[in-house]
Design a protein around this ligand. Sequence first.
Ligand code: HSE
Length: 428
Amino acid sequence: MALKIALLGFGTVASGLPFLLEENGDKIRAAFGDDLEIAKILVRDDNEVNRLKENGHSYQFVTSIDDILNDPEIAIVVELMGRIEPAKTYILATLNAGKHVVTANKDLIALHGPEIQESAKAKGLAFYYEAAVAGGIPILRTLANSFTSDKIQRVLGVLNGTSNYMMTKMVDQGWTYEEALSKAQALGYAESDPTNDVEGIDAAYKVAILSQFAFGMTIAFENVSHQGISTITAEDVAVAQELGYVIKLVGRVEETASGILADVSPTFIPKKHPLASVNDVMNAVFVESIGIGQSMFYGPGAGQKPTATSVMADIIRIAHRLEDKTVGKAFNEFSRPTKLANKEDKCSHYYFAIETPDKTGQLLRIATIFNEQKISFRQVLQEKAQEGRARLVIITHMMNQLQLEAVQSQINQESDFKLLNAFKVLGE
Ligand code: HSE
């Protein structure tokens, strides 16, 4: 008998599942010895049902979750609606109804993952979400399985396809921010509200999930600091180029002496670093560990088919576990008490762009501020002065969060200085 699944939502990713079933049905069938059937699809309302039918879809569309919850033949429910509600209520109800759940909803997992995982565990059900991080890259299962004997020290990632695509097109093709965003939306990369993509929130959700798999620690979302691409200026991009870097939105999770740190921010990456060549919608997760050393996992971070492929992998995994009678096992079994890093241990090199009056003695004033915090300079550059103002660019040696805050506050207190930007710089 075919294994029956139901889909919640029929947007970009969900509508990629039929493609895989049609194009790769034989292999999928061989993988778990039976047919996989999309038995029901939940959509918003009757208008949506009519629209989908007019577009030639012949699935059984329903508008009430109860039609799925009360169907004893449906074994797996795939939530692809996104956002928190009603997705959370529907997933919990699905688990209560004794059905396994697959989702790609990183917002939900980052914000409410433990509650849902507890519910799944208590009922011996599967709750899988490979597609939630880095779209088509099978990174979560790799961290959960292949890194079991390794100790991860740091994970760095280009984790948002939309913002990476936008930055690449703006820099390489000279597109405006608006042009790049609307093309990313048209290609199905962006979230329904792209604020999360460009403000680093989507990447921060993924960082929170990566922390569970790489370090066994659950970080509350408010402890993942995030800054998006909207603060990056053309001048920052040009100076990065001049100094041998590219700027990308980078997510970081790192274990320090005092605990874990997690953040997302525009970051200068040396052109020789493997992450520097991750362009367009591509994502990459760069792992530093004591066993493997450095490894990088690369692939499309958004888009219909890549993300649907990861969703399908979860479905097939559940089918196998059903067969093996091991279905209650958690997606990720690595768990330790969460300890957050002290500010002294949150370290990075930094790039500062500071506007000063264009007259003698300004560099000395700036140097004094950094010197008081015992921060040394690695590179200093003065950009052309305009209208009596100069733009100083400084790349520092390693400094910590306390030093950063002190320097920022000191610069902001000088009324004729303007701190334009301060971004992290990745060491070589
Ligand atoms: N909007 C997300 C991105 C989709 O652009 O990466 C995948 O999470």
